[in-house]
Every structure is written in C-alpha cells, then in structure tokens.
Write a protein that binds this ligand. Structure first.
Ligand SMILES: Cc1cc2nc3c(=O)[nH]c(=O)nc-3n(C[C@H](O)[C@H](O)[C@H](O)COP(=O)(O)O)c2cc1C
Length: 217
C-alpha cells in the first residue's frame, strides 16, 4: 500500500500525533503494510553503520495482554511520580488544559493497550549502562531515528502510533515477556492501529525562537 495520496511529506511531519483514543481497536493491520513501514525505517542512520536496531511486532493476543498488563502497572507507578504529567501542574491555563487532556488520553490507553491490534517494540543491541554521554547518544541515536521513521511511514498509510515507555518501569519482566536476548535493550512500546479518521492537526509548540539558538545557547 503506497502512502496516502495528497499527504505531503510536510503534512505527515506536521500531523504525526501521539494517537491513543483514535486507534481503531476493531480493524486489523495487514503485515504487508507494516513491512513497508519497516523497510522505510531501515534507511535510518546508525553509528558507524552498525544497523543494530531490531523491531519486535507483537500481534499475538496473549503477548499483547502481557504487555498491556505491564503498561497498566507502569502507568500506576508513573501516576505517583512527581515529575510526570500527573505531578507537574501548570499555572498557565492552556498548558494545564493540555496536561489534563493528556492524562485523560493516557488513562484510556492504559485501559485499552491490550486491545490495540499491533504493538511495535524497537530494540537496540547494546546497553546504556555505564556509558559516557557520547556512548548513550550513539546507542539511542542508532534506534530512535528508525523508530520515528516507522511512525511517520505508518501515519502516511493511515496508521496511528504513540511512543510509550511506561512498561519499562518493569523492564526485567518486559524483557522476559519478549524473550529478549542478553545484551539487547528495548526502548519503547508503540501501539499501532488504523486511525479513526485521517484528520490530525499540528500541535501547539513553543515559539521557534525560544528553542532555537544561534552559535551559543
Ligand atoms: C520519550 C517519550 C515518552 C513517552 N511516553 C508516553 C507514554 O508512556 N504513554 C503515552 O501515552 N504517551 C507517551 N508519550 C507521548 C507524549 O505524551 C506526546 O508525544 C506528547 O504529549 C505530545 O503529543 P503529540 O506527540 O501528539 O504532539 C511519550 C513521548 C516521548 C517522546
């Protein structure tokens, strides 16, 4: 299935949202479509062309239930953390409204994760443990671009995704569920499904000049 007609590359970049409530839980996703997305994602850069990233595509019901359970338990832990979305109240009204919307949407995903037809788990051969900043940058930089490319390719084919990592609050159990070999690290759990409707809007972001620095921070 080629990218949807009329969706320009810029439109895909502008509208690839964290989709939770608009994941169609009742429509299955064809493996051929996913494979196209992964073939595109494989073009992402990796340090020294190591190509150490892997994707685990989880469609088995029992596996999704196990990951959904970990996500729900991770979410319960996350709710008590002071620096997460539940702990960080904003005084500015618009920001606070966004926070409340994310919390509501996150609760929904925690309740329904196991029903999402596909879970995608990007992994990388290696570990961040004990690494200096350059090593962490090289390792994470060798998997996150590929995972994001997958998410963009998915969006351009009418699929929605959401980068999540709360199941990693129980990382050892998550590794066991997925049969991860020693020396391989999983970095996210990306629920993937067709979206209910194709229209998504660009999100509110800070003014560019607040985050763009010339020559020095
Ligand atoms: C590192 C990272 C971790 C995230 N973890 C979660 C998560 O565990 N659960 C979730 O529902 N969304 C998660 N998100 C999605 C963010 O909440 C979302 O990207 C943010 O609210 C902005 O929304 P937008 O991407 O639609 O603009 C995560 C995003 C990133 C980049």
């Amino acid at each position: 299935m080629p990218a949807l007609e009329g969706m320009s590359f810029d439109h895909v970049l502008l509208t690839t949202r964290a989709v939770r409530k608009r994941l169609d839980l009742h429509r299955s996703v064809e493996m051929e479509v996913l494979r196209e997305c992964f073939e595109l994602a494989q073009q992402a850069p990796t340090q020294s062309d190591t190509q150490g990233f892997h994707f685990i595509v989880v469609t088995d019901r029992a596996q999704r239930e196990a990951l959904g359970d970990l996500f729900r338990r991770g979410h319960a832990i996350y709710k008590s953390l002071p620096d997460g979305v539940y702990g960080l109240k904003h005084s500015e009204l618009k920001q606070e409204a966004t926070r409340l919307r994310i919390m509501n949407s996150l609760e929904y995903l925690a309740d329904h994760m196991h029903e999402v037809p596909v879970h995608v788990v990007p992994c990388i051969v290696g570990s961040t443990a004990g690494k200096p900043p350059a090593g962490i940058s090289a390792l994470m930089g060798s998997v996150i671009p590929a995972a994001w490319s997958f998410m963009l390719a998915a969006r351009s084919r009418g699929l929605g995704t959401c980068w999540t990592n709360l199941h990693l609050l129980l990382a050892e159990e998550a590794d066991e569920v997925l049969g991860l070999p020693v020396g391989v690290m999983q970095v996210a759990l990306i629920p993937t499904a067709y979206t209910i409707g194709l229209e998504f809007q660009p999100a509110h972001r800070r003014p560019l000049d607040e985050i763009l620095h010339q020559d020095r921070w």
